[in-house]
Design a binder for this molecule. Structure first.
Ligand SMILES: [Zn+2]
Length: 372
């Protein structure tokens, strides 16, 4: 993991570069920010930068033996601690190292929900137990393999239970000069205050919508505009943006059905609208709700499209192509009522009304509203 792989957060990266380059690395560094901001990746990039033997242009080289070990998660002087579930006070992170490797390989943006699924215990509250602090003590007191510094990256220190936190505090209070703790927190206010106060803190911020879109389009080879829509709808929460993107194949199908509804409504083709409402009625209740919310959003987006301020519009290329012809049909007279009809249909379906009747009724109302 290199700094160049991180989404946004240039200011934090510059701060880290500066403290490493000037060899003023604190014994305990805390990277914190809300859960939608990838932070673990930056902790890993920081460790790789510290250990790289050939730093180039303010980043780790990616090629030296140390970088290669970091990239394959096999660096002998880098350890990970993280919350786990299940086996009581004696549970340590090492018992879940296979799951952990899968987690950081599959989910470089650290989706906590995904971690819970890997722990196969989705209802439990994972913790960092007392035994973990003994394991940390043991690892950090080993003489380092090759590097000057031994680094422990702890993900979610706020999940340490009290015995663990107290032991770790001792380690942080009387540090070995060659050990560095990098703590990565979703909720710094929940870290034991005595530990929190001994850290040098760097707060990470949500990247811009454009940075997220750029990241997804380059790492996942997704369409840039589609990624932009996903990021904007997630309010730049990166984890949520990725989930939105994954849902976008559904969005594509929704778009087709939205277009079909509007075309048939414009042609007043009631027979086909009946067939349309029966098809949508086959969706499960939650899916119908998402579809109707999508339709309401499309109506609003098309209204905004008429204002010709592209920065205000979040549409995929396909949606935009349709809007270029369709938007004039949405105007001051019908926009609000049309949005209201979609929400009211969603509410009726939520309340168990007959979906076929609700959707056909909706379709008929749209045929009237579209001519307004
Ligand atoms: Zn290197």
């Amino acid at each position: 993991m290199k700094f160049s792989d991180i989404i946004g957060n240039e200011k934090a990266i510059n701060q880290i570069r500066h403290i490493v380059d000037s060899d003023h690395i604190p014994h305990a560094l805390l990277l914190h920010g809300d859960p939608g901001i990838p932070k673990l990746a930056l902790a890993r990039a920081t460790a790789q930068y510290i250990h790289c033997t050939n730093r180039t242009d303010g980043d780790s080289c990616g090629h030296c033996p140390s970088c290669l070990q970091h990239q394959s998660l096999n660096h002998g002087d880098t350890f990970f601690s993280f919350p786990v579930t299940g086996k009581g006070e004696n549970t340590t992170s090492d018992m879940f190292i296979a799951e952990w490797r899968k987690f950081i390989t599959d989910s470089p943006i650290e989706n906590y929900e995904y971690w819970l699924t890997l722990l196969k215990n989705e209802n439990a509250q994972p913790l960092i137990y007392a035994a973990e602090s003994n394991a940390i003590l043991r690892k950090m007191s080993l003489s380092s393999f090759t590097a000057k510094y031994k680094i422990l990256i702890m993900w979610l220190p706020e999940k340490m239970n009290e015995p663990c936190a107290n032991k770790l505090l001792k380690l942080i209070e009387e540090p070995d000069p060659d050990s560095i703790f990098i703590l990565v927190s979703n909720s710094a206010k929940d870290i034991l205050p005595t530990i929190f106060s001994r850290t040098q803190r760097i707060e990470l911020m949500r990247p811009s919508v454009e940075q997220i879109a750029q990241y997804f389009s380059s790492t996942l080879a997704t369409d840039y505009d589609q990624a932009l829509v996903a990021a904007a709808a997630a309010d730049a929460n990166v984890t949520q943006a990725l989930q939105n993107l994954e849902a976008s194949s559904e969005t594509k199908a929704f778009h087709e059905q939205f277009v079909r509804l509007m075309r048939l409504a414009y042609m007043r083709d009631l027979k086909s609208l009946k067939a349309w409402s029966e098809l949508i009625a086959d969706y499960k209740r939650e899916k119908s709700r998402r579809f109707l919310a999508y339709c309401a959003r499309m109506v609003r987006e098309n209204f905004i499209y008429n204002l010709h301020v592209p920065q205000l519009n979040y549409l995929t290329a396909e949606e935009q192509q349709f809007s270029s012809r369709f938007a004039p049909f949405i105007n001051e007279t019908n926009v609000q009522q049309m949005v209201a009809e979609f929400s009211s249909a969603a509410n009726d379906i939520q309340r168990n009304a007959n979906a076929k009747i609700v959707l056909f009724d909706l379709a008929v109302k749209i045929t009237i509203l579209i001519k307004k």
